[in-house]
Write a protein that binds this ligand. Sequence first.
Ligand SMILES: [Ca+2]
Length: 563
Amino acid sequence: MKDIRGLSVTLIIWLCLALPISAANCTASSVARLSVFGAEVLNVSASHEPAFGDIPGNDVCSFTVTITHPGTGDRVNNYISVPLQGWNGRFQGIGGGGYAAGTLSDAAPQTALGYSTGATDAGHDTSSDAVDDASPWALLSDGNVDQNLLLNFARRSLHDMTVIGKAISEDFSGKRVEFSYWNGCSTGGREGLAIAQYYPSDYDGIIANAPAIQWNDFTPAQQWPYTVQNNEGYVLSPSEFQAAVTAAIAACDGLDGFLDGIISAPALCDFTAQRLIGSNLPCSGTSNCTFSQQAADVIDKIWQGPRTPRGDFLWYGLPKGANFSALAPNLANSSEPQPFLISDSWFKGFLAKNLNFSTANISYTEFTDFFLQGHLQYDSIIGDASPDLRPFKEHGGKMITWQGLADQLIMPQGTQLYYEKIQNLDRSVHDFYRQFYSPGVGHCGGGIGVTPTHQLEQLRAWVENGTAPDLLQAGSAYPVNASNDLAVGSNNVRFQALCPYPQVSKYSGAGDPTSSGSYEGQAGMGADMVPQQDDAVTVCVRTIAGMNASALAELQTDHCGPV
Ligand SMILES: [Ca+2]
């Protein structure tokens, strides 16, 4: 009898687990276990969304959980979505971009894949305007930074959301979260690394792409092109910028051994704009028809990166080959230089602490002062570059970063420097954290180079099966030697596996570049952005003409040479 009763209980539990959750269960009362240490839950609401994100069949229950940290007056919204059917037992935290702590639109494609998802607004707006501009929330009053909302944005809200997201996933489904993943790029990449540092047990796997870590270095560095143009009294035209990018690529393309319109060995590229002086430019109206000494000086200062008035290093400049248009935008019918909105907002709100402050008048000396003050005031809040990842490693966490080597917003040199610092503390970093760099690719994508195609799947294989990503599968919608303006649609036509840093991808120099048989690993010069003492590393390349079954098998079984 006892055995039969036990069997019945087992059967009932099994039936409950196997049954899809009814839409009628999608109510706020269906989740009971919401306790967030340090916060108070103000409200929970639930809504059934049969086509979440306008994806047919993406049938989810979406919860909005509003919390506050007592005494602060903040109201933080957490957006959790759980599939009604086919939940895969995995929770995925969704990263943000710019000043938005979460990108809500990124959740729906992931619930369609079976994940439950979570994103937070960290107590301030997540709309597209809020991505570029922190002014609605930066200050409580002039000179008075809202440190609480900054802390929310930096890290606290990420953990709160994760606690809430896991609890709701489990309460609503009646099953436990088996694995959890963070997925983000840019601000989302910074958030992933902040979680690894501050909340090392929150996630089993973290995607931290093009991470906005070293916030107090790269954010002022984003303002450098604007400050240089103002201080030098010279506004570069789009044709001058483009001439510099085109000439740099032409000069340094072949240093990696393969003329493909991509600089894959940026550390070897010593091209300067001085070589362009006197060359012809496309011109119209009042724009210059000849490349001037002044234009060359301004571009070389931007490439060099921010320096103190006496020339001391502050941070890296834009990689050669990266587009200038993001950090040095041009407005039609304007003869004034324009700032990058995110860094300009940081200078006004958090450094000058005055939304009416004119950043156009910042001298080189004042720039250095702001740079150093930023470190002093905010490194402990939003530096996010502690290299000590031992607790994350001991938790068993695995992490992958990829970044474009032509990133036009966040200097990949900083990301590599961070990896070097981790490695200096822990020589086994490769066992739990790997970085991959995509030549010819911009910030979180864009450009003619290859970008990863199966990053989350490869991270899952590492976390759940112990299959480490010796190569990261990647693809490009552009054929070899395509120009940026060549429209080829959104489907990938070329595939290549990226090697983990500090190994690099390099063409062997012979044969058809669209045939995998033409490629082999060989020794060559490193493409690290930060020059190393010994720059000779073993490199490997596998370019696959089509992502067919045999190509995938090759990617999954092949290995790069030793570091
Ligand atoms: Ca090349």
